[in-house]
Design a protein around this ligand. Structure first.
Ligand SMILES: [Cu+2]
Length: 92
């Protein structure tokens, strides 16, 4: 029981940027990414994932987890609200 975790889960800490700024998921397996915000920087409290058509308010939205599509390999970049801080999700 619980030995085989089917869903891939990763967490990115948002503080003075993204830590880590790059996360990898295996193709074809359910994946979720959680952002843990530890900063008052309002710009970093918003994460924009253009490729997923997603703009999330990490401060006000109680759900900090995003389901990541893993059907195709590639990179899904993301950025803060003002496009200053960047990171990427890699499906491999
Ligand atoms: Cu910013």
């Amino acid at each position: 029981m619980g030995l085989f975790k089917r869903k891939q889960s990763k967490t990115i800490v948002v503080d003075k940027g993204y830590e880590p700024s790059e996360v990898h998921f295996k193709q074809g397996k359910e994946a979720e990414l959680t952002f843990k915000v530890k900063t008052d920087n309002t710009c970093l409290q918003k994460v924009v994932i253009k490729d997923l058509g997603l703009e999330k308010d990490l401060f006000n939205d109680p759900d900090k987890t995003i389901q990541i599509p893993t059907d195709k390999r590639g990179e899904i970049p993301f950025a803060c609200g003002m496009d200053m801080f960047h990171g990427k999700i890699v499906i491999d």
